[in-house]
Design a protein around this ligand. Structure first.
Ligand SMILES: [Cu+2]
Length: 237
């Protein structure tokens, strides 16, 4: 005879399989030259995702907003599933633009005025580096991935993915100040069980990182921005 305890335990397992499990962990950044990392231990901005081995998962329709305010894109780094529609509202009193000519997906919204927005759909996976054609210091990154199982680290480095179906996955990590070789070494196969998967601490070294220089959308250096009375300075760096 099956005991009530056994039945309820089976139900818990069934529920976990149906709803998926939690994949959690934290990221620590090492060998950094950034004062926000060295002094404040700010480990935010790292993207992590799980690609299922085998059949491609269904991707949810998704939207993402990256604002332009005080001459900054915010958030600076985002992760989203392939097909995401990204909204770039301009909350500044000046014109902005959003473009990318890096691998990932080239696009160009053209210049657009204060209080308006432009939307771009990202139909292919890849790391999309976004810039503004008139302000060289404005940049953002969208990590577009073929999976719904993704997370960004908080300032403490913690991350969490909910409702991950048990199975075999490839864990991938992207961090702006890590080399490709460093990121490749962090890629690994993991098994998610109904009980979830605690990944522990993932240490990402920023050693060897060199900032990627970028030009404007025409492939030229940025002309100096206007200064002096009447010029909009935006956020102070
Ligand atoms: Cu701009």
């Amino acid at each position: 005879m099956t005991s009530p305890l056994r039945i309820s335990f089976s139900l818990v397992l069934l529920a976990a399989a149906a709803w998926g499990a939690n994949v959690t962990g934290s990221v620590e950044l090492a060998d950094s030259r950034e004062s926000s990392v060295r002094k404040k231990r700010n480990f935010s901005g790292v993207a992590l995702w799980l690609e299922p081995l085998g059949a491609s998962p269904a991707l949810p329709a998704s939207t993402l907003t990256i604002t332009q305010k005080e001459k900054r894109f915010s958030p600076h780094v985002s992760i989203a599933p392939t097909g995401v529609m990204v909204d770039f509202p301009n909350f500044d009193p000046i014109f902005h633009n959003a473009f990318s000519n890096f691998a990932g997906q080239p696009f160009d919204t053209g210049l657009y005025p204060p209080g308006s927005t432009r939307k771009v759909r990202f139909a292919r996976p890849g790391v999309v580096r976004v810039f503004c054609n008139i302000h060289s210091t404005m940049s953002a990154v969208i990590v577009v991935v073929n999976t719904p199982h993704m997370a960004m680290t908080s300032a403490s480095g913690a991350f969490s993915m909910a409702n991950v179906p048990p199975g075999e996955y490839t864990l991938k990590v992207w961090h702006e100040r890590a080399t490709e070789a460093t990121l490749d070494r962090l890629t690994r196969r993991v098994t998610v069980t109904a009980a979830g998967l605690p990944l522990g601490t993932i240490t990402i070294s920023e050693s060897g990182y060199l900032p990627v220089p970028h030009t404007n959308k025409h492939g030229h250096d940025y002309p100096p921005e206007p200064t002096g009375p009447g010029a909009y300075s935006g956020a102070r760096k």
